[in-house]
Write a new protein. Sequence first.
Length: 247
Amino acid sequence: MTDPKLTHDLAEHAEQATTQLLPFRIRIASSDDDIRRAVAVRTQAYGRHVPGMEEVLKDPEPDDDRDDAVVLIAESKEDGQVLGSMRVITNALHPLHLEHELALPAALQGRKLAEAWRLTVLNSEPARMVAPALYKSLYQMCVCSSVDYVLVAARPPVNRIYRAMQFKDALNGGKFALSNTLNIPHGLYYLPTREAFTLWRTAKWPLYPFMALTCHPDIEIDFDVVRRRFQSLPAMNGGAIHSNLTI
């Protein structure tokens, strides 16, 4: 952990923390089979909301195979079924996918960025808390790899979720055609990582206790893998950030 203020915040929150077990585990996809199972969920989830995307997403995308990408999967404890997934990439080694789609605003240039793509969750009761757990995992990975801003592309009404999470509108209401999503117009939104705790607390975001005041041992991310793929410096004390910290 390299940010002294964030380290202080974590220690402060840890004193208040409770522990919550989830009916699934979050981990990094580590095999071709993991990716294929994530793709199956992706195809089903997008197919419910965007006609035609089943065909686009029936196979893994090139970005799934990038050496600087992390694909997260939420896996049921009961039967091992993949309940949801998310892909995260930073610009530490190569330009983001988004940078091939549009020119990023000046405020985002020259910064370490992460883009979150293809958040998908099965429409089932066991998957009810998967999306918040993936958001928390995304935040943890960005903290451990010193990301300045998290970027997402979202279309209505999904963009309301990110606005509630205090993501800011990078295009001031503008839209751009997203080529890998049938050229459907999307907005671009960003969250300043180091300000996230304060933004969530101030806005009284309903998921703030889940994100900041609760330990989740079932978020089992190998942060050494994250730092290696995102080309980040090791943590100050070596080793990984444990997922049951309240971040």
